[in-house]
Design a protein around this ligand. Structure first.
Ligand SMILES: Cc1ncc(COP(=O)(O)O)c(C=O)c1O
Length: 394
């Protein structure tokens, strides 16, 4: 029997549901020819700040630039150290390196895939010029923000939240990501829960001085016009992107809830088949498969990705099988940053959870418009395949 392909992400399925809301706003940008700054950007910055429970939101060209601008704003420069996980998208560490600073790697918790306050505390003990910490809310789940704020305070350094994948997620106190750190950095890359029609980013902060500095920095360090106290970037969120994002923002919670419902359905099917969502070991279940653990309310996971783990010896065969079955999937991330060619020369401590996650993880379709029959087929295909493999000791 042949089935329709199930992509990892189907942006068209979402677009058709909101085309009538987006197109008039895009037409307005075209009619007014106001492409840089202007009412669409102002409206979006206000709405996003309110959505994240932050005092300020400052648009910029990408999530990568949100990180870079934040690091510049808190004074990171040549020779400084910034702690971040190795298990993340490259931009996290790229921003640090671009400033002549050095990433200091921390390992992750094997269940949440996030770094912990304890690992940051331990890494900081060996630092001589630590300037900031930059945890990542990976896959849409908040890090332990209470622990992070405590460790940042102890160390006397700013806390830059890499929230690129986690807009609308909430920590154990129910606070939104990006509302408690020195800055929160968001990406509107099209595959994010709130995705633009191209690149875009945003920085949130509650600090008036940091906000004013960021507004200057994103515009060549210029204030007032043609007067430069410092060198900044050209990094602005275009009016066209802001218009699209304004139309999408009111739908964001419903889309993230739909992802959560898909995740709950997957969890149910996988655990019924013997998968486990606890402990660091896949041997805890009768099926060698580890599913993500749903955090208890008021925490909120927004499932930018739904990431499973299977034994490393099975993972690549599973990938080939999913290709044959036309089921979209990907690996986030196959090569941890401390092993990347450009960073191999940097010291790294014990990164065993990171390395193991890179060898075992696989992301499967979770987008809001996934139908019940599609997600059932995805789960059934994976369960049948993993069951057919000889369980491997892990
Ligand atoms: C964790 C993380 N940080 C930073 C970024 C960079 O965002 P952008 O692609 O908008 O530059 C991404 C984007 O995928 C990301 O996933």
């Amino acid at each position: 029997m042949s089935y329709d392909p199930i992509p990892l992400l189907d942006l068209k399925a979402q677009y058709v549901t909101i085309r009538d809301e987006i197109e008039p706003l895009m037409r307005d940008v075209a009619d007014t020819q106001w492409f840089i700054g202007g009412p669409h950007l102002d409206a979006f910055e206000k709405s996003l700040a309110a959505y994240c429970g932050a005092k300020h939101a400052i648009g910029c060209a990408s999530g990568s630039d949100a990180l870079l601008l934040s690091l510049i704003a808190v004074g990171v420069g040549a020779g400084d150290e910034v702690i971040c996980p190795s298990y993340t998208f490259f931009a996290t560490a790229g921003a640090i390196w671009r400033l002549g600073a050095r990433p200091v790697w921390v390992d992750i918790d094997p269940i949440t895939y996030n770094c912990t306050a304890e690992s940051i505390r331990a890494a900081a003990a060996a630092c001589t010029s630590l300037k900031a910490i930059m945890p990542v809310h990976l896959f849409g789940q908040s890090v332990d923000m209470c622990g992070m704020l405590e460790v940042a305070k102890e160390l006397g350094v700013p806390l830059i939240e890499d929230a690129a994948q986690a807009i609308g997620s909430r920590d154990t106190t129910g606070a939104a990501t990006g509302s408690r750190g020195t800055t929160g950095c968001f990406s509107f890359f099209p595959s994010k829960n709130l995705g633009g029609f191209g690149d875009g980013g945003m920085i949130t902060t509650n600090d008036d001085d940091v906000a004013a500095h960021l507004r200057r920095l994103r515009n060549h360090g210029m204030d007032p016009k043609y007067y430069h106290q410092e060198v900044g970037l050209n990094s602005r969120l275009d009016a066209m992107q802001a218009a699209v994002l304004n139309a999408k923002l009111p739908h964001l919670d419903a889309w993230s809830d739909a992802r959560g419902a898909n995740a709950a359905h997957y969890d149910e099917m996988f655990t019924a088949a013997g998968a486990s969502n606890t402990a660091g070991s896949m041997t805890a279940g009768t099926l060698p498969l580890l599913v993500p653990k749903q955090p208890a309310s008021p925490s909120r996971h927004i499932y930018n990705q739904y990431v499973l783990r299977v034994p490393a010896s099975v993972r690549d065969a599973l990938r080939s099988h999913l290709v044959d079955e036309k089921i979209g999937h990907d690996v986030y991330y196959p090569v941890p940053l401390h092993i990347q060619e450009c960073f191999q020369h940097l010291p790294a401590g014990d990164m065993s959870h990171t390395e193991r996650a890179a060898a075992e993880s696989i992301a499967i379709p979770i987008y809001s418009e996934l139908t019940e029959s599609q997600r059932t087929r995805v789960a059934t295909t994976i369960i049948n395949f993993v069951q057919a493999q000889t369980p491997v000791g892990v």
